[in-house]
Each structure stands twice: as structure tokens, then as C-alpha cells.
Design a protein around this ligand. Sequence first.
Ligand SMILES: *Cc1c(COP(=O)(O)O)cnc(C)c1O
Length: 378
Amino acid sequence: MECSDYNLTRHVERENLNLNPLQRAGMLTPEARRALYEFGDGYSVCDYCEGRLDQVNKPSINGFLDDLAKFIDADIVRTTHGARESKYIVINKICEPGDTIVVDGNAHYTSHLAAERARVNIIEVPDSGDSKHEITMDKYRETLENAIDDVGEIKLALLTHVDGDYGNVTDAKKFGKICKDLGVVSLLNSAYGMGRMPIKTNKWDLDFVVGSGHKSMAASGPIGVLAIKDEHAEDMLKRSPRHEKKEVELLGCTSRGTPIATLMASLPKVVERVNKWDEEVKLSRDFVDKLTEIDGIEQVGVRPTNHDLVRFDTPVLHEIGKNHSRKGFYLYEELKNRNIVGIKRGQTEWFKCSTYGMSKNQRDYIADSFKEIVEKYK
Ligand SMILES: *Cc1c(COP(=O)(O)O)cnc(C)c1O
């Protein structure tokens, strides 16, 4: 057996401009790349552990969790293995099997699976039904009120802060208020938000907020963040009677190696970049403006965009593929020749992409490349 048989190389995505929204904000900082090497051994953060991962002080996991809590305006923070694990932990603890929760219509599949695994039913808040696919808080309130009337009790409501299909940003603050008014526990899924944009857990009156280190916080992952409001801490972080130091819902210890070490190493730069979110949105809008100058390319979702993840309908690219000898693969190949990757091979009817963290020049270069490709085959 040779490990070279496993094809463990990866240079295309690292050496080219990568548009894959999933990967843009999970790229490591130089500091995280060093931590990756330093903490690569198994259980590497456990050298000085006295039984509680969140209290380890070499490396300073306790100090890091305090800083992270401050960063997202939360009372208490724990790490998990991903946004999905955070969601499952919350749903499973707050609800009983057979309960019903309310979830927005743009929810990630992992929200559905977390609910299924916790054996709860889902009532969906429909989107605007047009090309904006917007989840409005009026509709959310209406759906939640009706659900309470129909079912009797709704213990938990989940809102996707930024959805992964359109990059629509929902009104987390209004959501927090609606849930508080109606006495429903609120859970904000900010996998595409936390680490990119400011999060105000307490100011927005949210009970739980989850984030994803490998999606949006420059960490190798898998690692998730779980922000908990004080009043839920005792219940959520209950200790085992047999193992008095261990928090049961977290199965004692969660992330314990490079996932958390890289998240820690990146945090200062993540804090910095979140302060520049407005600039990022502006650059993203400029990119959308430039790309949609092309006839036959249109942005889908709320316009102008409030996020770096954007979705486009691209009939002009699809038409070209119909007559091209390489069929739909021409687009991938033309882009790759220009050192641009991250759009699925063969896909031409639509795509979603992100230019998060790129310079203006790089974004212009990408938009110009699309223009060139369309010109070439028009
Ligand atoms: C990527 C994504 C997730 C999954 O995050 P993990 O940390 O990998 O579990 C959940 N929700 C949304 C909206 C996402 O975009």
C-alpha cells in the first residue's frame, strides 16, 4: 500500500483563482498554516488538559473562547465539529421527538437532516416566490404564528442567516425579536455569515447562533461554533453525573487538534476582515455589475447583493455550449486556461460563485475573462 495511490495532491484549487463559494472564506491565513503543522499530531491540544477542553490554557483555548464570544457578542461559546453538529445539538436538546419546528424555505440541507435526526417535524416559511427568493420577516412571523395556532406549541425556530443558493442575507435582528415576542427559542444558522460579517448575538436577542470554521472563518475544520445565551447554558452544558467535568451534549470534548488550532490562529485576522465587510460587499456588487453587463447573464436573488456569494442565470453561456465541440465543458476549460476555477465542469445554465477576499484587479480580471469567452464564441 502506498499513500501516493490516494491522489493526495491539490494544487489546481490553490494555485488558481477559485470561485467556489464553499471554499473562499475557509482558506487558511499564514498563521493558520503554521498552526496546521504545529498541531498536526492527534490530540495535540490535549498536552495540558485537566479534563475540560474549553479550559485548556496551553494553547489558550479558554482565552480564545472568551475572545470569540466577545467577537460575536455572545454570552457563552463552544466549538463543535461543524455548523450542522451545532444545529443538531440545539434541536436535540430543546425539542422532544415529535415536536415541530419552523425553518425558513432557504434552509441548508443540514438543517433538515439535523431536524430529522432529532425526530422533529418541520414547517417551512416560503420564500417570496419570485426570482429574488427572499425570506421576509413578515412571512416568517405569519408562518410562525400560524404554526403555533395549528400545532399548539413551537419550541424552536431556525433562520438561515445567509443561504447557500442565492447569498440572500436575512434580517436576523427582526427574527430575534419575533421569536422573543412569541416565546419561541431562536436559532440562527450563520455558516455563511460568521467570520465574514458582524454577528451580534445578544444585540439581536438570539438564543443560539451557529457558525462554520471551515466555511467562513479561515480554519481547516471540520469545526463549528455554537453561541449560547446565558439562560440556556445550564441546560445545554449539563455535566455527566459519572464524569463530572464532561459536558454531555458535547460528548465531553469536541474539536481537539488542527481544526481548533487553525481557527485560533486565524481569529485575529478574521476579526479584522469582518470590520471591512462593507468594503467586501461593495467589491462584490461591482463584480456583479461588471458580469451582468454581458447580455444573457443575470443575477438571481436579492439585488443588489448583500453578500459575496452570488448566483447567476447564464443562458448565453448555455447557448454557446450547444454548438461547441466540447459541449458544456468548454466553459470550465476556457476559464481554467485563464487560471480561474471553481465552477463545476460541464455546468453552463447557471452558476453561483464568490470572489470573497480577492483584490479589485482579480475580480475585474474574472469578469473580463467571461466577457472575452462570450465574445469569442458569439
Ligand atoms: C455550508 C453550510 C452549512 C454546513 O456547515 P458545516 O460546518 O459544514 O456543517 C450549513 N448551513 C449553511 C447555510 C451552509 O452554507
